[in-house]
Design a protein around this ligand. Structure first.
Ligand code: FE
Ligand code: FE
Length: 264
């Protein structure tokens, strides 16, 4: 039992063999079957027009407070709690303020759910589309149901990509990482952009898969993505941060780097 005196051990996180919630396995069955390369291109063409609505970052946070992530075996708390736990752990370690801000906003792309998107098109681990599936991707057996699994040009060699083309030229499975990256890329330093864009790409940053897609910049940024990961993962606990007390600090931090409103 997880308590303050007896926190969850690190190897108890990301347990997909025996997930604490049955929704996790069902989530990946749907995600892997339906995230085709064509699906990703269609979602980019639609959502990267940013024509849904304009709202403040705090409005987006308020919405996230109502969302529980079905793909996550480690937390059933509202998302704002997860964002605060991530950012506060960074602040405790005296990480740079842009990184604390990155921790605080890294999952805000989940507002996609606000626009009616199903969770399999918003959350969960990400993977490259248009090139062979790696067994390092969680629940990779579910890719067998994806129409792209039968497309020779996607499942041979380096797929539709040139070796070393760089992850910025790869169409990752669509979700909150890629979406938020496009919303903040002009305002945050490159390591922050990588932390946001690739934080769910565990097959790359944890397992070392898809290294043939990397370029020099990806290799240089990988340590930053890895530095981000433990805060995202191991700060999850049942202890709820007090938003009201912390809000002034985060308001100032957001105002330092980000415009007040954003066009989603
Ligand atoms: Fe995330
Ligand atoms: Fe997260």
């Amino acid at each position: 039992m997880e308590t303050a005196a007896n926190p969850k051990q690190e190897d108890a996180f990301r347990n997909y063999a025996e997930p604490a919630r049955e929704s996790v396995r069902e989530f990946y069955r749907q995600n892997h079957a339906q995230q085709t390369h064509a699906f990703v291109l269609a979602k980019k063409a639609d959502f990267l027009r940013f024509n849904r609505r304009e709202m403040t970052w705090w409005d987006a946070l308020d919405y996230l407070n109502t969302l529980v992530d079905d793909s996550d075996p480690d937390t059933a708390l509202p998302q704002v709690d997860h964002l605060l736990q991530t950012a506060e752990a960074m602040r405790t370690d005296a990480q740079p303020d842009w990184m604390v801000l990155t921790g605080f906003i890294h999952d805000l792309g989940k507002v996609l759910c606000l626009f009616g998107e199903p969770q399999w098109a918003v959350v969960g681990d990400t993977f490259p589309t248009g090139c062979p599936y790696s067994s390092k991707v969680v629940y990779s057996e579910f890719f067998a149901a994806n129409p792209d699994a039968k497309r020779h040009e996607y499942q041979t060699g380096t797929g539709i990509y040139a070796a070393g083309c760089g992850l910025s030229n790869v169409d990752m499975s669509w979700g909150h990482d890629e979406y938020l990256y496009h919303l903040v890329r002009d305002h945050l330093p490159l390591p922050a952009q990588y932390m946001i864009r690739f934080h769910s790409f565990y097959a790359w940053h944890r397992e070392g898969a898809y290294d043939y897609l990397q370029d020099e910049t990806d290799r240089a940024m990988l340590p930053w993505v890895r530095k981000f990961n433990p805060y995202d993962l191991y700060s999850k606990s049942a202890a709820r941060p007090q938003l009201a007390a912390l809000k002034p600090y985060y308001e100032d931090l957001m105002a330092k780097y980000l415009p007040l409103t954003v066009r989603f």
